[in-house]
Design a protein around this ligand. Structure first.
Ligand code: XIL
Length: 410
């Protein structure tokens, strides 16, 4: 503060002594608006990067601050739930397009690009489909036919309005599941495994081909979590498995354009460093793909049985917020460093509506977003703004659009 006052005083003194000095002084002082006063979309645009968020239409309708933030801060949006199968076809044969259409209309008014989420996923399926799979009345061939119709209907309906489609989401197991060797599916006996078994190994290729036929200009992505960095390359390395899978799809001529790394991080597990993530993105983009961070958040343990005061303890909160900010920083810098990283999307921007507390309950987790529940900027937001502002050539250059697809009309 004191320093600033001194500078202002000396500028005034220079202004007083003559016009030449005035020019020099004002040029010296001329600056664009402070980064923290610019929108994320404006800061990202300098790099050709689209900065996005997941959107909850209920919050958008009910909460003016939520709406204004969506409208002004972001250049791409993803429907948090409105384009999932359970939302689009709750009753078999009857589509409910209205909420998703409204979201896209709003995005178009805001000059935002839309990520389509999601076509093929074992989760958030309509009740009638879940029931049919569970009671055996929907068998493998029927499921494959239903999926083909679903992809065709949905992609055709939104044709020309979607920039990137998450064609297949979370098809692969995790190393903590059984068996621990990564495979298509999930835990033995889980619905995720059943879904994969019914569809058979060729379903990814079919899904991408069906999507391409319905909208040749949309970018088609494989999207997953826990794939931010490579591990030891062995049987338990999920990133390696996904990499091999996509490499094979490309070799087989399957129309897959992008790799989406969700980026749901948690501070209690520590951090990757920037170059581990940059290396992973590079290996995927070296396959000829675009890459994107698609669902970023960085959650923390709020309290647990050992320390029920954790959430209220200032020192812990400070450390937690810094760790969360560092996670955002690592993912964003890795994205900035890769010219094929087209978009960086956060999975909600305020703790007020975040999915985290509803999903990670035991032990309770939260505080994963850029703004807190009262829309105060958190360290994570300041870090992201700073990263976008401070980056530039020669190591951070403009994005390279994924050829030969095109941006939706605006
Ligand atoms: C989440 C939504 O945020 C929640 O509202 C919903 O109850 C469950 O799904 N990976 C994904 C997203 O691909 O679709 C999930 O979204 C979060 C994890």
């Amino acid at each position: 503060m004191r320093f600033r006052r001194l500078i202002n005083a000396s500028v005034l003194a220079v202004v007083a002594v003559g016009s030449l000095s005035t020019v020099a002084a004002s040029a010296h002082d001329a600056r664009p608006p402070k980064p923290q006063d610019q929108s994320l979309r404006a800061l990202a645009a300098k790099h050709g990067l689209y900065f996005g968020t997941a959107v909850d239409p209920a919050a958008y309708a009910a909460d003016p601050t939520y709406k204004t933030t969506v409208d002004t801060q972001f250049s791409t949006v993803t429907a948090e739930n409105a384009m999932k199968w359970e939302s689009l076809e709750p009753t078999r044969g009857t589509y409910n397009w209205a909420p998703a259409d409204a979201l896209i209309d709003t995005a178009m008014r805001n000059r935002q690009l839309v990520r389509g989420h999601v076509l093929v996923w074992h989760s958030q399926l309509p009740g009638w489909l879940n029931d049919g799979i569970n009671d055996g009345s929907i068998d493998g061939p029927q499921l494959r036919a239903l999926l083909k119709k679903h992809i065709t209907d949905v992609v055709t309906h939104f044709k020309g309005r979607i920039w990137q489609w998450d064609v297949v989401n979370e098809a692969v197991s995790d190393p903590w599941e059984t068996p621990s060797a990564i495979h298509l599916g999930g835990n033995a006996g889980s619905f995720k495994q059943k879904f994969a078994d019914l569809l058979g190994p060729g379903y990814l290729a079919d899904a991408f081909r069906t999507a391409r036929a319905a909208d040749p200009k949309a970018l088609l992505f494989y999207n997953d979590y826990n794939v931010e960095a490579f591990g030891d390359g062995g049987a338990g390395d999920k990133t390696q498995f996904v990499y091999n899978m996509i490499k094979q799809l490309r070799a087989d001529g399957v129309p897959i354009d992008g790799f989406g790394s969700q980026g749901h991080l948690a501070t209690q597990y520590g951090n990757y460093d920037v170059f581990q993530v940059a290396d992973a993105l590079q290996r995927f983009s070296d396959l000829g793909l675009a890459v994107a961070l698609t669902e970023v958040d960085a959650r923390s343990l709020m309290k647990n049985a050992d320390d029920p005061t954790l959430a209220a303890n200032g020192a812990d909160v400070n450390a937690r917020d810094q760790a969360a900010a560092y996670n955002y920083h690592v993912l964003l810098q890795a994205c900035l460093l890769n010219r094929h990283c087209l978009s960086f999307t956060v999975w909600g921007f305020t703790d007020k509506y975040s999915w985290i507390p509803n999903w990670f309950k035991n032990p309770p987790e939260g505080s994963g977003c850029l703004w807190d529940a009262a829309y105060n900027p958190k360290k994570s937001l300041r870090t992201v703004q700073g990263d976008l502002a401070a980056a530039g050539p020669p190591l951070v250059d403009k994005r390279i659009p994924q050829a030969p697809r095109q941006l939706p009309r605006r």
